[in-house]
Design a protein around this ligand. Structure first.
Ligand SMILES: C[S@@+](CC[C@H](N)C(=O)[O-])C[C@H]1O[C@@H](n2cnc3c(N)ncnc32)[C@H](O)[C@@H]1O
Length: 208
């Protein structure tokens, strides 16, 4: 399946990243998906399209994000949310009249799947503790990139792995966010989980 960008920004921007990601998801065909770090909702929409193809309406997607600009949360690496492409700037300012990095705009992008989708604005280190992880069979972890945040998020998702689910982490080998790799390596060792490093060390797939 082709990964579409919907005229928005996404971290899966290089050629082949999105397709690799969707192929990975398809192998497991999860029914209850959690994405930590939704950003503009591009990956969310692609996941929903894929899960709809596989399961029709019998799937759920939960997406969580701070939905806050960088200056409000300095410790986290939040991608630049403004567009350099003037056409995109015009489209969101004058046609859509929305900021694509808001929960409202992401809801709008996902409205086709409104009965399957639940979006949450908040910090993963707090929100994940309140989610019943036993229901979730696949997590895409792409939120905060600090060591402490990644470690906390992984610990909060441990029941997903224990119930034979999968956590796919993005940016395993990012030079400017070394805490991601450190947190994943520690977590896998402490819990004796399996970890596969995929797609030129971009993703880490954690399973039991
Ligand atoms: C790399 S982007 C996510 C990209 C998205 N998964 C995609 O594929 O396009 C990271 C997102 O995580 C969010 N984020 C950072 N720290 C977070 C935290 N502690 N809790 C929730 N979201 C967080 C940021 O606001 C940002 O939107």
């Amino acid at each position: 399946m082709k990964y579409k960008k919907y005229f928005r920004k996404t971290s899966l921007k290089q050629k082949g990243d999105g397709e690799f990601f969707l192929t990975e998801i398809k192998k497991k065909s999860p029914k209850f998906f959690l994405e930590v770090g939704v950003f503009h909702g591009v990956t969310a929409r692609n996941i929903c399209e894929l899960l709809f193809q596989i399961h029709k309406n019998d799937f759920k997607y939960i997406g969580l994000d701070l939905f806050e600009k960088n200056d409000e949360n300095k410790s986290e690496i939040i991608p630049n949310t403004s567009f350099s492409n003037p056409l995109k700037q015009f489209y969101f300012k004058y046609i859509k009249r929305q900021d694509p990095y808001t929960i409202e705009a992401v809801k709008d992008l996902l409205k086709k799947f409104k009965d399957n989708v639940h979006l949450i604005k908040g910090n993963s280190t707090i929100v994940l503790k309140k989610i019943d992880m036993k229901k979730i069979d696949y997590v895409f972890l792409d939120g905060g990139h600090d060591y402490e945040t990644v470690k906390s998020d992984l610990n909060n998702c441990v029941d997903v792995i224990l119930n034979n689910g999968t956590i796919l982490c993005d940016d395993y080998n990012l030079s400017y966010a070394p805490g991601v790799k450190r947190a994943i390596n520690e977590y896998v060792k402490e819990n004796n989980f399996k970890c596969e490093i995929l797609h030129s060390s971009r993703f880490a797939k954690i399973e039991k």
